[in-house]
Design a protein around this ligand. Structure first.
Ligand code: SF4
Length: 590
């Protein structure tokens, strides 16, 4: 009987030891977006969502182990009787994967070791890790094919939180959200992009219609009691049909869900700002990359105007810029940093132009002999020193330029959370005004053209009334932190900005409620404690709890399928005996 363990690498994360690096964590925002913002940095660990969708969609019994400690992992191997263990990792975590694989070999020599994730593209992987198979491309199809299952079965969407152990100013007050994985891959094929290359420059939709996306939201809402979702999709706006259908479903059912997602600049215009507001996009990650416009996705787009329009309509923007590209020298890199800051996005990521295994950039740099092969893998994460020869920068300079870029953004525009609070407030006011104006003018939403058009007369826009309520809640979520943002502001301008936003909140929503008044001193106390910890330790690293989730054997309902032996390399994989277990997947958090 086959039995699969799908696991992420072991904690601790964000700690420099023999297996990992301080600047490689499971916290996307703190690690590379609000870096250098100290106490103002929102904290949240991001689950390895790929593991859950794979486990949910194969027929053999599977267990997901996310954020395990070494003890959790070894206990699972010792007691689990797994025929297969899949380890997912990024390149900087390959040493952790090696240790895990060594343990499996030693304790359970007959177990098949599968490797997956972006780290599995390391060319000399077999010299580093002892394994049997590498999962390439999209994981659900790969695993189904590998185990001889039906690769065309519809995808069942798993229920997963978008972040765990969430804090801001030391207070656990960030609201919960679910994750919806609508698809993987991107056809834009930017040369440096690991995602695009991992999925063979193709987009694979897990949820191909708007109804599918909506149903996944409803399922997650029921299970987690959330109405806010991270849409994991490199370019959600690229499929206008699906986007349009999603809004139709939401309007039909009266659900004003909110979404955070990714989009390339050139696709945003295809849907338009009215659509984005109406469907509830509240956070967009946009790769702005460089003033030099070296990527097609930004050519001809006025990014300053685009970002301002999004923010005025309540969509917080995380812009992502790249450092140490080929055209960067000591002058042009400053021009690019200043240009990225001048976009005035709420949040700004600076990521190094890192050749990641599997990408065209990696192949090019390898062929040109630019890769520095002596840099250890754990250091190749894009936030410290680069791992290739750049004609204009020493390695030490690359670390300090990166750090200084974050500091400059922080000191120019203040804490990201304050910018987000301001954007949500501005958006609520804009949407309220525009809704009232449209109602007076008799404009109604046309779901085909995604525009407001002349209707038969003044009519109340019931869905936008719901949307405004959701926008108000998104803004008010930030109210308890406005005072501490002012108290710990990095400079006078930031303190002033926090005060101005707090006043605008009061003008818009009235004085704080009793609950907000009670919460405010609690947040102040927790922020003070957090600041003390930061002063004492330099960094606060809360490790996420281990998540263990089991998925039943679904063979009893599976159609017969013939194993595809192209994927079977070292071992013979027999179809497991059928079982009649149909129990719900069980999760436990340690
Ligand atoms: S647009 Fe974004 S996701 Fe698509 S290939 Fe470029 S960097 Fe990757």
């Amino acid at each position: 009987m086959k039995k699969l363990l799908l696991t992420g690498v072991f904690k601790p994360f964000g700690v420099s030891d023999e297996y990992g690096e301080a600047l490689a964590t499971m916290e996307l925002l703190n690690n590379q977006v609000t870096r250098e913002q100290g106490i103002h940095s929102p904290r949240s660990n991001n689950p390895s969502f790929g593991l859950y969708i794979m486990a949910e969609n194969i027929e053999i019994p599977a267990t997901v182990l996310d954020f395990p400690s070494w003890e959790d992992f070894t206990k699972e191997i010792d007691a689990g009787n797994y025929t297969h263990v899949g380890i997912s990792f990024i390149a900087p975590n390959v040493i952790k994967a090696r240790r895990m694989a060594q343990y499996v070999r030693q304790k359970s020599p007959s177990t098949v070791i599968l490797l997956g994730g972006h780290g599995a593209a390391i060319p000399e992987l077999s010299d580093i890790v002892d394994y049997d198979e590498v999962c390439r491309g999209e994981g659900v199809t790969w695993l189904r094919r590998y185990f001889g299952e039906d690769i065309d079965k519809p995808i069942v969407h798993p229920v997963v939180h978008s972040g765990v152990r969430k804090f801001v100013y030391g207070a656990p007050i960030i609201s919960e959200a679910g994750i919806i994985i609508t698809g993987v891959g991107c056809q834009n094929t930017c040369r440096f992009c690991a995602t695009s290359h991992k999925f063979e420059k193709q987009y694979t939709a897990f949820l191909s219609s708007g109804k599918d996306v909506f149903d996944a939201c409803v399922k997650t809402e029921k299970a987690l009691k959330v109405t806010d979702f991270a849409l994991m999709d490199e370019n959600f706006c690229k499929s206008p049909r699906r986007a349009r259908e999603l809004l139709v479903e939401m309007e039909k059912e009266g659900k004003a869900y909110t979404f955070s997602t990714f989009s390339s600049a050139e696709t945003i215009g295809k849907l338009g700002i009215d659509y984005l507001v109406r469907v509830g996009v509240k956070f967009l990650w946009i790769g702005v990359e460089s003033k030099a416009n070296v990527f097609e996705k930004t050519v001809g787009v006025d990014l300053h105007a685009l970002l301002a329009d999004l923010q005025n309509h309540g969509i917080t923007v995380l812009a992502s810029a790249i450092l140490f590209m080929e055209h960067h020298d000591k002058q042009t890199i400053h021009e690019d940093i200043d240009w990225a800051i001048s976009l005035e996005s709420d949040l700004l990521q600076f990521m190094q132009f890192g050749p990641i295994p599997g990408t065209r950039l990696y192949k090019d740099y390898d062929a040109e002999g630019k890769l520095l092969k002596n840099i250890p893998w754990p250091k190749q994460h894009g936030q410290d020193e680069i791992w290739f020869n750049h004609p204009h920068f020493t390695l030490k300079e690359t670390a300090s330029y990166t750090k200084e870029a974050f500091i400059k953004k922080f000191h120019t525009h203040g804490p990201g959370v304050i910018n987000m609070a301001h954007t949500y407030l501005k958006g609520y006011l804009t949407a309220k005004r525009e809704t009232e104006e449209r109602e007076k003018a008799g404009l109604v939403w046309d779901s085909k053209t995604l525009r407001y058009v002349k209707g038969d007369g003044p009519v109340r826009d019931e869905f936008m009334i719901k949307r405004l309520e959701a926008m108000k809640l998104s803004a008010l979520e930030f109210r308890p932190i406005l005072k501490v943002a002012e108290m710990y502001a990095p400079n006078w301008e930031s303190a002033q900005k926090a005060r101005m936003i707090a006043e605008k909140f009061e003008q818009t929503f009235g004085p704080p409620t009793v609950k907000e008044r009670i919460l405010a001193p609690v947040v102040r106390l927790l922020a003070w404690l957090e600041q003390m910890r930061l002063k004492r330790d330099g960094v606060v690293m809360r490790q996420p709890h281990t998540i263990r989730k089991t998925y039943p054997d679904r063979h009893a309902t599976a159609p017969k399928a013939t194993p595809d032996h192209r994927w079977v390399r070292h071992r013979e994989h027999k179809r497991p005996a059928e079982s009649a277990q149909h129990t719900e997947a069980k999760a436990e958090v340690k």
